[in-house]
Design a binder for this molecule. Structure first.
Ligand code: AHR
Length: 648
């Protein structure tokens, strides 16, 4: 969303200009020919189920532990009266537990309440679909009340289900909420005598993304869509590895009907002792089919990461022996077939049966997350050999370990070259100053080997509690001009992580924050959005008069590109100085220079500023810009400024 610059902001900028340094800093843009060809969808995001990002977040299910498969089967539920957990003749073989409620007509009733994910969010006038599988073991008809309860304990709505069969059957009710509540509960209660078995109790808003039953939270998908990500890395991250091989992410468990997708632990449940969430599990309601579908919906290319047969190397030494690795390799081959195979192939058929006969067009696959050492390389080599043989067009991403440099990194890069990985995944969660210093990181990278995929990165401003503040966002923008200038070698970049629930996060900063009803976009979000909206395949030279790229001289950073369709020249310029800077940009190499255009920018005098639910203090504004008749764009850049100049 662009906002046109207001009169008061313009006058602030004008005022600041008066204080600008005197001699303008000159930059030269060479319009004669591109210096590099970029992937024009190079900017994207990394989505992992961390911070309640999937369960409790993007996946719109409102009931936690809906299948009673958490290790404490009633976690998230408060039973009352006579309630037991059973597993004899289950409804779903991979989620065998269900509850049996017995009532003898006592005044107390028998039943249970679900607390949702830090409460259940309800919006006044919105409708919610409740689904359950039920049977009456004694074959009599039993009335069961289903109620939505407000945070003050009052019943907001109530309906009655009449369960009448001794076989498992699905039942459905639709509720319209009379009130807006961020912390409602779901109650199921029997007040008359009888016995009932209940399984997979589910409550979804009907207003999901694209109205899909059991779908994704609409506001969060819209935020993702508005980001225009060119690529979506998924599902991890550490959840790919698991803290044990048994708990690694297994994509095949995420297919088919959601009722039968087995629950897995989420390692973010207990990874950080000071932010432990014992109620964090993965339902896989948002699984690989939904991931591919989401990518298709928002125009992002999927980039799945799979287990290489090593569990998290920080936490465990568990490895699959080389001679037992074949099932893991087969998983990777099958995933590609699931995405790209014809509907007649084994896994293409599964995709078609789930509703998508056409292939999803998978271009990339990553093997291993933050892995390291010879144990990684020898396993990756076997994957590469097998994937090349069956799917030679799919680009393979290898890892450079968990950090931006050091022994692991130095060992892995030459190995990735030797194995001819197509892309090497680099991760850096560093201080804003690191991002500024590293704007030139890729200027001298080897152009002949594998390309770079900046697969996880974010500026962590430790001095501000790692807030999503403007200091971090500006440093990321400065760094990203370096990615763009080197887009011939840096092919893809995905900010990380994507989503965080304000009441249930483990990791910050994150791109989009939400609660049970609302969401907001961070300054970092808008940096990513501006880069993604203005990604072009033709990278042009922008440099100092002596030909140096702008990597922090006079606190300025810059990149340039050209839209091949429209001929528009696009400059991205960051001023990290705390004072306005006078600049003069000269356009060379063409008889015709741009004459005017528009600048979309982010600016704040206070680098500590953050966005929140009530106010987006940092959001894009626009202002017109003019190039003088002599082909020079002269202006005062405000302090702490990131602008995208579209020049026609
Ligand atoms: O993005 C959060 C975590 O950071 C990822 O799961 C992991 O790959 C990295 O260490």
């Amino acid at each position: 969303m662009k906002r046109f610059i207001t009169a008061s902001l313009l006058s602030t900028i004008a005022m600041l200009s008066l204080q600008a340094q005197e001699a303008p800093v000159t930059m030269e843009v060479d319009l004669s020919r591109p210096i590099a060809q970029a992937d024009d969808r190079m900017y994207g995001v990394f989505f992992e189920d961390i911070n309640f990002g999937a369960d409790g977040g993007l996946y719109a299910e409102l009931v936690k532990n809906r299948s009673f498969e958490f290790p404490q089967h009633l976690a998230g539920w408060m039973p009352f009266g006579q309630v037991s957990v059973e597993s004899a003749s289950p409804c779903f073989e991979r989620n065998p537990h269900y509850v049996r409620i017995v009532s003898h007509g006592e005044l107390t009733g028998s039943g249970l309440e679900n607390e949702g994910f830090r409460g259940i969010g309800l919006k006044r006038g919105a409708t919610y679909r409740f689904r359950v599988y039920a049977r009456c073991p004694k074959d009599q008809s039993v009335p069961v009340n289903v109620e939505l309860i407000g945070s003050n304990g009052a019943t907001l709505c109530r309906q009655t289900l009449h369960v009448s069969s001794s076989d498992w059957k699905a039942y459905e009710l639709t509720f319209e909420s009379p009130a807006t509540e961020a912390h409602a509960r779901l109650r199921v209660v029997m007040r008359q005598s009888g016995t009932v078995d209940l399984e997979h109790l589910s409550l979804f808003p009907t207003d999901t993304w694209k109205g899909r039953p059991g779908g994704l939270r609409r506001d969060l998908v819209e935020a993702l869509r508005d980001l225009h990500p060119g690529v979506l890395r998924f599902p991890g991250g550490c959840v790919v590895e698991g803290n044990s091989l048994a708990t690694r992410y297994q994509w095949k468990n995420t297919l088919g009907r959601v009722e039968n997708r087995p629950t897995n632990e989420n390692r973010w449940n207990y990874t950080f002792k000071d932010r432990a969430f014992p109620d964090y599990f993965q339902s896989y309601g948002l699984g690989f089919y939904e991931f591919f579908q989401l990518c298709e919906d928002i125009g992002a290319r999927p980039l799945p990461i799979l287990s290489v047969g090593l569990s998290c190397q920080y936490e465990s030494h568990e490895q699959v022996c080389l001679d037992s690795l074949q099932p893991y390799i087969q998983d990777a081959l099958d995933l590609i077939e699931f995405a790209n195979g014809p509907a007649s192939s084994r896994w293409g058929k599964v995709r078609a049966e789930m509703g998508h006969p056409a292939p999803f067009g998978l271009e990339f696959i990553g093997i291993g997350n933050e892995q390291w050492g010879p144990e990684y390389v020898e396993r990756l080599e076997l994957f590469i050999r097998a994937i090349r043989r069956s799917w030679p067009d799919v680009k393979i991403v290898g890892s450079s370990g968990p950090s931006a440099d050091g022994d692991k990194f130095d060992y892995l890069w030459p190995e990735m070259k030797r194995l001819k990985a197509d892309l090497v995944d680099e991760h850096y969660y560093m201080e804003p100053e690191w991002f500024l210093r590293n704007a030139s990181r890729y200027d001298h990278y080897d152009r002949r080997g594998p390309k770079v995929f900046a697969g996880e990165y974010a500026a962590h401003d430790h001095s501000a509690g790692k807030a999503n503040n403007f200091r971090a966002a500006l440093a990321e923008a400065a760094f990203m001009t370096g990615l763009e200038r080197n887009a011939d070698v840096v092919r893809l970049a995905t900010y990380a992580p994507l989503f965080a629930h304000v009441d249930a996060w483990q990791w910050n900063p994150d791109l989009i924050w939400f609660d049970n009803l609302r969401s907001f976009r961070t300054p970092n979000y808008y940096v990513q959005q501006l880069f993604a909206l203005h990604a072009h395949s033709q990278i042009m030279r922008i440099a100092t008069p002596d030909g140096q790229p702008l990597t922090g001289q006079n606190d300025l950073y810059a990149s340039a590109s050209r839209d091949a369709q429209t001929g528009t020249t696009v400059l991205k310029i960051v001023n990290t100085a705390h004072h306005p800077s006078s600049i003069a940009i000269r356009f060379n190499g063409s008889r015709r220079h741009p004459s005017q255009g528009v600048c979309t920018f982010l600016q704040a005098d206070d680098l500590n500023v953050v966005n929140d639910f009530d106010q987006e203090r940092i959001a894009p504004h626009t202002m017109p810009v003019r190039v003088d008749a002599d082909g020079v764009l002269r202006m005062e850049l405000p302090a702490n400024f990131f602008g995208v100049f579209e020049l026609h």
